[in-house]
Design a protein. Structure first.
Length: 108
C-alpha cells in the first residue's frame, strides 16, 4: 500500500494524489467495488476536503458567481427581479401589440 504524505493547501497535488489512488482502486475493484474511504486514505487526505476546490468554489472566491445568502435575502432579491421582469414583459407585449396594429400600405 502506497501512502502519500499529507500536503496542506496544495489542491493540485492533492487532486493528483486522489486521481492516482482512484485509478488504482477502480482498476482493482471496478466502480461498484471501489471504496472512497480507501481512496482518501491512500491519497493522504480527508473526506471533508473532497469538494473544497471545485470550479464553482474557485469562481465564487474570484467574485464571478453570486454570493451565498440567507433564504430571506434570496427571496427579497427574487421579488425585485420578478418586478423588473414583469415590467419588461409588459413593454414587450406593448411592442408586439403595436406591430399587430400598424398601418398597411397599397403595393400598386
Amino acid at each position: 500500500m502506497n501512502h502519500f504524505p499529507p500536503s496542506p493547501r496544495a489542491p493540485e497535488t492533492t487532486r493528483r494524489k486522489i486521481l492516482a489512488a482512484s485509478f488504482e482502486e477502480f482498476s482493482k475493484n471496478m466502480f461498484q467495488g471501489g471504496s472512497l474511504n480507501y481512496i482518501v486514505e491512500m491519497a493522504g487526505t480527508t473526506r471533508g476536503g473532497e469538494a473544497m476546490d471545485t470550479k464553482a468554489t474557485k469562481e465564487r472566491r474570484r467574485g464571478n458567481l453570486s454570493p451565498i445568502v440567507s433564504l430571506i435575502e434570496w427571496q427579497l432579491a427574487r421579488k425585485e427581479l420578478l418586478v423588473k421582469e414583469k415590467a419588461v414583459t409588459r413593454e414587450r407585449d406593448a411592442l408586439a401589440a403595436g406591430r399587430r396594429f400598424r398601418p398597411f400600405s397599397d403595393l400598386v
